[in-house]
Design a protein around this ligand. Structure first.
Ligand code: ACM
Length: 552
């Protein structure tokens, strides 16, 4: 492939191969025709909404099923006569449509009909990784449904395919439960939110914050995603991070075992690790099974469900005679084993319903997972390698460089962030499969995912700023395997598409005046939390078999 010679060298992510087939071009206009198998045609039309393609017996765009192509793969040929697309599945056809959209002028990324001329090319393409994820924390700050649907659109434009929704945390429970309505009535909002930073005198904004998705909203989000090759991965984070759940249903509090009635936890108004933890006893598993059934019922197919397992403070388990007796009854020798047993129980519940469990790496460290459980090793590549070596599939999610709530620069101009810095180049240089890993370990890497924890991301505008263009780099790494030397050039041109889409990304040379931190609540504290220090700290914790963490 002679990439630089091609007229369409701004494709992003980079395809497997792309060859110019002639000097001319093909003009495409809104209302042009499309033909082929209905499901594949529908996928191409969806990706190319700007062309408003009309199904016909023999179209300008001809789509064919080719079973010899792999999952999500496609072939796209533009000649002077028309466009030919081949794919084995709808995702592949959808991605062929997305590539054709990138070959059109940038107006194809606006929301009104637009055509234009397309260079004559032959593209063959397939993803390097099957899991190309985005994690949205809608618990710390709720994002309205429209923002979630928009994120799905942006993911689709970058050939990203897993949207991990962190639906539950200490600061809010974010979906309706008809069986346990206090979850959305009580646990979905808090009276105010902390505005200060670590070690500062705490101050609060006095502004109520909340929101939740109805089961109908979740059904809509899942269907919207499926139509755009995006699978929703919902997360119910248990047994820790439980303040909001326990504010609604204190009977599942570890401190409430043995008939005790402790002072209920409030929905948390500040950040950090809370001691609130669910009891691991059978009634909690029963409660979560009912809620999981409601969630799965709403989503329809849910091949993956995340059950958390991170940052658990086990002190209240240690203090409960009933939990100690339960541990003895199960023949388990430590509380981390009870933690693992509890998550395994939920993974079994999910398996009975056809879903695979996903967990953060603490659940792996404390042992006993089902072999088919997917591990997200947020505490670094060492724990990732151990999980892969133990036979678990892993999705790479290390803080560095995939926690996008860290600022892109250690600068007072940046808006407030959890810490700094993770640059675009850091993401572009990320290798999901380190060369030193054995063949078998390498085979367990499903892909990579960037995380948007939202303590410091109050709304969709802040999410745009943190997600892009670093998300473009992650898309390139996860689809193409790595970012090559042409990435920087292609990205500059790709940003014009994001402009057309109305994305408020972080410009390459820093924030626009109104994106800066200022002097109010959005003030950034450069250097207060350095990502290398945070990473070192959690990597050290991951070396021990102890999943407990001190509370902040
Ligand atoms: C995490 O950052 N607690 C997964």
């Amino acid at each position: 492939m002679v990439w630089d010679d091609l007229p369409m060298n701004d494709l992003l992510p980079r395809p497997l191969s792309a060859v110019s087939t002639g000097p001319g071009s093909l003009a495409l206009s809104p209302g042009d025709t499309i033909s082929g198998p209905a499901g594949l045609v529908e996928a191409v039309r969806r990706a190319l909404a700007a062309l408003d393609l009309r199904p016909a017996a023999s179209g300008t765009v001809q789509v064919e099923a080719d079973a010899s192509l792999g999952a999500e793969a496609y072939r796209l040929e533009v000649s002077a006569e028309g466009v030919r697309i081949a794919a084995a599945d709808r995702s592949g056809a959808f991605y062929a449509g997305q590539t054709l959209r990138q070959l059109l002028p940038d107006a194809a990324f606006r929301s009104v009909p637009a055509g234009g001329s397309v260079p004559l090319v032959r593209v063959e393409d397939a993803p390097r990784f099957s899991w190309r994820g985005v994690h949205l924390d809608v618990a710390r700050h709720f994002l309205p449904k429209r923002e979630v649907l928009r994120m799905i659109d942006l993911m689709a434009a970058h050939k990203l395919n897993r949207l991990h929704l962190h639906l539950v945390d200490d600061q809010g429970w974010r979906f309706e439960s008809r069986a346990y309505p206090r979850l959305h009535e009580v646990a979905s909002h808090r009276p105010q939110t902390i505005t200060t930073y670590y070690k500062e005198e705490p101050a609060y904004d006095g502004v109520p914050h909340g929101g939740y998705y109805t089961l109908d909203d979740l059904a809509e989000i899942a269907a919207y995603g499926r139509a755009r090759a995006v699978t929703i991965v919902p997360e119910i984070d248990v047994p820790g991070h439980a303040s909001a759940v326990l504010a609604a249903y204190p009977e599942f509090d570890a401190r409430a075992t043995g008939g005790r009635t402790p002072e209920p936890f409030p929905v948390l108004e500040r950040w950090g690790i809370s001691p609130a933890i669910l009891s691991p006893l059978p009634p909690t598993v029963g409660f979560l099974t009912v809620v999981i059934d409601e969630l799965l019922g709403a989503l329809g197919e849910a091949p993956y469900v995340h059950v958390g397992g991170d940052e658990c403070v086990l002190d209240d388990w240690a203090a409960s005679p009933e939990i100690t007796a339960f541990q003895a009854e199960l023949g388990l020798s430590s509380l981390p084993e009870v933690h693992a047993w509890f998550l395994r129980r939920l993974a079994d519940v999910l398996a009975e319903r056809g879903s695979r469990a996903v967990v953060w790496d603490e659940a792996f460290v404390s042992g006993m997972l089902r072999p088919d459980t997917i591990v997200m090793p947020w505490r670094g590549m060492d724990v990732a390698r151990r999980a892969a070596g133990a036979g678990h599939d892993v999705v790479q999610t290390p803080i560095f460089p995939l926690y996008f709530d860290y600022a892109e620069a250690s600068s007072a101009e940046e808006p407030v962030a959890i810490g700094d810095a993770i640059t675009l180049a850091d993401v572009a240089g990320f290798e999901p499969v380190p060369g030193a890993w054995t063949e078998e370990e390498r085979g367990h890497v499903l892909g990579a995912q960037f995380q948007l924890w939202s303590e410091r991301l109050p709304d969709g505008r802040a999410v745009d700023y943190r997600a892009w263009p670093r998300g473009c780099a992650l898309a390139e790494v996860a689809w193409s395997g790595s970012a090559d030397a042409s990435f920087a050039v292609r990205l500059e041109r790709h940003l014009r598409r994001l402009d057309a889409l109305g994305v408020e990304y972080r410009p390459l040379d820093g924030p626009r005046p109104w994106q800066r931190g200022g002097t109010g609540w959005r003030r950034h504290r450069p250097g207060v939390v350095r990502v290398d220090e945070a990473m070192k700290h959690v990597e050290e914790l991951a070396l021990t078999a102890d999943s407990t963490r001190p509370s902040l």
